[in-house]
Design a protein around this ligand. Sequence first.
Ligand SMILES: C[S@@+](CC[C@H](N)C(=O)[O-])C[C@H]1O[C@@H](n2cnc3c(N)ncnc32)[C@H](O)[C@@H]1O
Length: 269
Amino acid sequence: MAAMEVPRDLNAVLDAAWEAARKVPGYLMENEARLLGTIAACAPGAGSIVEIGSFKGKSTVMLATVAAHYGLGKIVAIDPHNSPELLDLKANPEASTFQDFLNHIEAAGVAEHVEVHRAYSRDVSSDWDRPIRFLWIDGDHTYEGAKTDFDGFFPHVVAGGVVALHDALNVFSGPIRVFVEDMLRSEHFGAAGFVHSIAWSQYRPEDGKTFEEQRARLERVAAPLIPIVREDKPLHGLKKIHFKLKRSRVPRAAVDPSKWLSLLERVQG
Ligand SMILES: C[S@@+](CC[C@H](N)C(=O)[O-])C[C@H]1O[C@@H](n2cnc3c(N)ncnc32)[C@H](O)[C@@H]1O
């Protein structure tokens, strides 16, 4: 499967996109945002970019700025905007992030490049029928939540497309378990990695098996985190030290766009 080329102006576009996104309050580091922009610009295949969990629009602005520049279509941004807490999803209209979200995408000049769904992911996935090139999961971080997001949209991801989950290396049960169980242990996925707390892998239904060793290496260091974060509760004392020690074995350095694309090409060894 041939990967796309890195556009010559990508680094400048990522700089501009981060300049816009960093002003938006939210949960995304610069190296994570640049990875999202790289995937949006470079992942092979054709289809939508779907974001589950927009909050106030930080990752939406990053992705939409890149998508607008390269004519990649609207970012599909899904969020009920009624649950300011990641693990306490009781509807709370008083705490809605919706107006902030709209203001931020407007201020960044990308509102027309965003398809807004004020909804839970399951209500959008239930009648979704479009191909997806990049599935970005940053919604409910419980296991049930992340698994619902993955199961609802993954059937629409095109060969060569990428799935990424946020907070896979933080203390949440969902993203790391879905990444290990549904992606690293699947012969249908190819290259995989972490950048800061984002876990990503490319869907390679035809030849994912050729990336088996690489996925297994990552699984060996990532899977031990699953039981430690199972309860979705903050860790203290020895448990916290134990988690950090295990997490330090996971490679998660930033990658520049050409290195990222070369990872998609690499097989065994
Ligand atoms: C960590 S925040 C997203 C951060 C955002 N991507 C950013 O860059 O700042 C998680 C968001 O997921 C949303 N959310 C929770 N459950 C959801 C679900 N089932 N479907 C879609 N969004 C959900 C919450 O409302 C919250 O705004």
